[in-house]
Design a protein around this ligand. Sequence first.
Ligand SMILES: Cc1cc2nc3c(=O)[nH]c(=O)nc-3n(C[C@H](O)[C@H](O)[C@H](O)COP(=O)(O)OP(=O)(O)OC[C@H]3O[C@@H](n4cnc5c(N)ncnc54)[C@H](O)[C@@H]3O)c2cc1C
Length: 352
Amino acid sequence: MEEKETIVVIGAGVIGLTTALCIQQHLKPSQSVLIVAREFPDATSINYTSPWGGAHYRPVPGTSPQLIREAKQAARTYDVFKRLAAEEPASSIKFLEGIEHLEAPPPEYLEAVDSENNVYAHLDGFRQLSKDELPPGVKWGVRYWTWSVNSPVYCAFLLRKFILKGGETKEYTLVTPMEAFELAKNVKTVVNCSGMGFADPKSFIIRGQTCLVRNPCPVTVTRQNADGTWSFCIPRPLEGGTIIGGTKEPHDWHPNPRPETRARLLENASKWFPFTPESQGKFDVIRDIVGRRPAREGGVRIEAEKLGVDGDNTIVHAYGAGGRGYELSWGIAEDATEVMLKNGLLQEKSSL
Ligand SMILES: Cc1cc2nc3c(=O)[nH]c(=O)nc-3n(C[C@H](O)[C@H](O)[C@H](O)COP(=O)(O)OP(=O)(O)OC[C@H]3O[C@@H](n4cnc5c(N)ncnc54)[C@H](O)[C@@H]3O)c2cc1C
């Protein structure tokens, strides 16, 4: 009989949970999965990003290898989310109208729709807005059918699915991923979904401050301001309120909400976003949110690192999703699983 083997996934953020679920689809009969994490979805910590995410999907045009890869991962996630939204309402995924208004559109936006890597091509109901549909000050706009999730609810949903499929969990803070090889019997593969990696010099944080309000909003709108800042509103499904955002502040470690930021976000939101008339330009604030997006120069690291003289142990890395962890989640998880399949660490799914 084959010796039992444990695959350890480090991290219970959206990337670790989604990757663990993908791995479960390809387990050999002798394998099981253990998630080891410092925080799980019931925790709130500034260094655990996933519960703070908006989270909605907005395609990002561009021609860099990173953006081209991300566009494919986002399109795959869009398809999975469409199925989950239809089949599993407890996931909290909801499809709704997404609107983008840009005051100073960079060239990649102006060229996006006609380019061969048109990141909007796969979206249902996509439409470029004509000049007379654009609000004052806006030079470029689009509408399409997108999704939004209630991020803490979605992560709890993923964790529940993982456990129901036989997955196990352990709350533990690792100093190095090497420790993970010692946390269960016969660990040959560790999957590093730790968000920031372990002292990867390419990793950095992007601080995000948003404000969660009770006011309902029927659509998700993103507006790029002429000064390069962004404003957005993201309704959180299952009565989770609406996220008003948001800042993108690389390398800013300030842990607390800045009152002046909250004031600016709400002022912009009352001018630009279609809150229901009962709001009368006032907001019923639930809380301020500060999170640290786990970014990485060049984007997500997905690769296998062989360890030891005979290469018997492997770390598969899947971290550095930055501000797009939800959007890319199923694409990243499938790519990491593909790396494991190519290295013989899992078995191909039976086609029966
Ligand atoms: C304000 C804000 C708005 C956002 N909006 C969106 C959006 O609209 N759409 C979107 O797609 N994304 C959005 N994001 C980004 C998204 O939230 C992140 O990309 C995503 O949460 C990253 O997930 P992750 O699993 O990689 O990291 P995390 O959620 O940080 O999870 C990392 C996991 O690794 C564990 N871990 C780390 N180090 C160790 C260690 N040493 N030992 C043990 N365990 C460890 C942690 O405990 C945790 O379980 C937003 C983020 C912020 C802050």
